[in-house]
Write a protein that binds this ligand. Structure first.
Ligand code: PLP
Length: 367
């Protein structure tokens, strides 16, 4: 039995005819950028997220960058960010000229620890960027409380958690403006790069609409230094085809995670995902931890089971961030996560027998 880390076929192949029909519609309309399909998807995704506005952009990183720009965050400003996240969250802050201020996660949930945020706030702090890592919502009430007390913006990085909730409210609907990604492997994936922002603020939504399109509202009249970061019609049409299936895929992910949990509980030194009080998890990634990661990876490889490491090097130790001068040991919780984490296959269409085979193979390694 050969099981890849990720297989998108079970999601996309059954929709092939619908996706081809969507392609044909775009070609027949002969309108490829910022048209009816983008507008329709923006409306559908704002409804799904329970926010007033959604604006499609080219990818998740741009969604983060443009969110910061819409809030006029730039040089001299500081933004609080988890020390363990995909580098995109940090890059967005650096791209606008602000400084990422890392805060360690809880070792239980891997999400930013709200108890450690206040100590990092000073007069330059402008915003907190929580990341709902691996698909689990951050503890949003604590984060919003701090933001309110210090008059900071909240910008959620919701790239991994579409459909997750905190106290029954969807991620991507808490911050002043929030970013998400529809990279093909995300829980809602396009057939290429795509992203979006969600917000309840009409002014911010209009600002994004301008920034993504050369800073222009009226063609050839440019009000600010914008960029070209538009969601294209084809990707929007594909996302409209796929969005109605997202809840079903999420339930399937939760069920697969439950099956892993049942069989892997108490096996070797494995630490399984834990969910915080009031948060839900949509399992974009099923991450386990073990001190024997390298051996386990090798054993799984030999048995043709794919795995990945999310992520092997935390942003503060990346070469790209050498200029911030963080030493090894600066963020020990993130560093121990990076050394011990291992992501197991989990995607809609993964079969129960496959999960059982993976679990049995893992049990053999530890026995
Ligand atoms: C994927 C991802 C992004 C960036 O999305 P792209 O569409 O690849 O630019 C940002 N943040 C997190 C946490 C992600 O997982």
């Amino acid at each position: 039995m050969s099981i890849p880390y990720l297989n998108l076929h079970p999601q996309n192949l059954p929709l092939k005819q619908e996706l081809l029909n969507a392609t044909e519609e775009v070609i027949d309309k002969s309108w490829y950028v910022l048209g009816k399909h983008v507008e329709l998807f923006e409306e559908q995704y704002s409804k799904f997220s329970n926010v007033a506005y959604c604006k499609g952009v080219a990818n998740g990183l741009d969604a983060l960058i443009l969110s910061l720009r819409a809030l006029k965050i730039g040089p001299g400003d500081e933004v609080i960010v988890p020390s363990n996240t995909y580098i995109a969250t940090w890059l967005a802050i650096s791209t606008v000229g602000a400084t990422p201020i890392p805060v360690e996660p809880r070792i239980t949930t891997y999400n930013i620890n709200p108890d450690l945020i206040e100590a990092k706030i000073n007069s330059r702090t402008r915003a907190i960027m929580p990341v709902h890592l691996y698909g689990q919502s951050c503890e949003m009430d604590a984060i919003l409380n701090i933001a309110k007390r210090y008059q900071l913006y909240v910008i959620e990085d919701n790239a991994q958690a579409q459909g997750a909730k905190f106290k029954n409210k969807l991620t991507g609907s808490f911050g002043q403006i929030n970013a998400t990604s529809f990279y093909p492997g995300k829980n809602l994936g396009a057939l290429g790069d795509a992203g979006a922002i969600t917000t309840d603020d009409e002014k911010l939504s209009k600002e994004i609409a301008m920034l993504r399109n050369y800073g222009s509202e009226k063609k050839y009249f440019n009000e600010e230094l914008g960029v070209n970061s538009r969601l294209d019609e084809l990707q929007a049409a594909y996302l409209s085809v796929k969005l109605p299936y997202l809840s079903r895929w999420t339930s399937e992910r939760v069920e697969l995670a439950r099956r892993y949990h049942e069989q892997l509980r108490g096996v070797g030194d494995l630490i399984l995902p834990a969910v915080a009080l009031y948060a839900t998890h949509v399992y974009h990634i099923y991450m386990v931890r073990t001190a024997r990661r390298e051996g386990l990876v090798e054993h799984l490889n030999k048995n043709e089971i794919g795995t990945l490491v999310h992520y092997p090097v935390p942003p503060h130790l990346q070469k790209a961030y050498a200029h911030l001068n963080y030493a090894q040991g600066a963020f020990p919780i993130s560093e121990i996560i990076a050394k011990t984490c291992l992501s197991l296959p989990l995607y809609p269409g993964l079969k129960n027998e496959e999960i059982d085979f993976i679990c049995n193979t893992i049990k053999k390694f530890f026995s």
